[in-house]
Design a protein around this ligand. Structure first.
Ligand SMILES: [Zn+2]
Length: 188
């Protein structure tokens, strides 16, 4: 685990916020992806910065914009979350928390790298989603990374070596960490 989003920090963040948006981040037009909106920084921000926190009702099926927080559990990620684009080499990470008894969940986007002014904040959709909706799965990835997979894919569609890499990266959402650990235990 990397220090900027260890469990103690996340407990603090989730206890403090149900909704938050960093004042030095804005919704604007993407440079990388033509005529697509994005969230980007207004100033340099250190890694570990909380970009946004959003709480929403848990739904059982994914949509084009939802973020997965468990098995058959998804939430719509709010005004800022819907504009957070995918990158195969992201500078952000999604952390999730189920809220007992209320059928809601809270998600947070945390900077996993130092961000420069004007930089678009992204996360890797394969770190939260098992599968994407069919229309999203067919999208060509425009992240521009040298590590680009070519298509935007969920965790179940990437290669085994990529799954292994993500499971050791600290970027994978808790529900996929658990799922992958169970899978590895069963196949050993
Ligand atoms: Zn890519």
């Amino acid at each position: 685990m990397m220090p900027y989003f260890d469990n103690a920090d996340m407990q603090y963040i989730f206890a403090k916020y149900t909704h938050f948006f960093h004042p030095e981040v804005e919704v604007g037009l993407s440079k990388n992806i033509k005529s697509q909106k994005t969230i980007k920084t207004i100033n340099d921000l250190p890694d570990g910065t909380v970009i946004f926190v959003h709480t929403g009702k848990v739904i059982s099926a994914n949509t084009r914009t939802s973020i997965q927080i468990g098995v058959n559990k998804h939430i719509e990620p709010g005004r800022y979350g819907v504009y957070t684009n995918h990158s195969c080499e992201p500078n952000g990470v999604i952390r999730t928390k189920m809220n007992a008894f209320s059928n809601t969940a809270t998600i947070a986007l945390i900077a996993s790298k130092e961000l420069k002014k004007g930089e678009e904040v992204t996360f890797d959709y394969a770190t939260t989603e098992n599968f994407l909706t069919p229309e999203a799965l067919l999208s060509k990835c425009l992240c521009g990374s040298v590590k680009c997979r070519g298509k935007i894919m969920g965790f179940n569609n990437i290669s085994e070596s990529q799954r292994q890499f993500l499971s050791n990266s600290g970027l994978l959402a808790d529900h996929l960490v658990e799922q992958y650990r169970n899978f590895m235990n069963c196949s050993n």
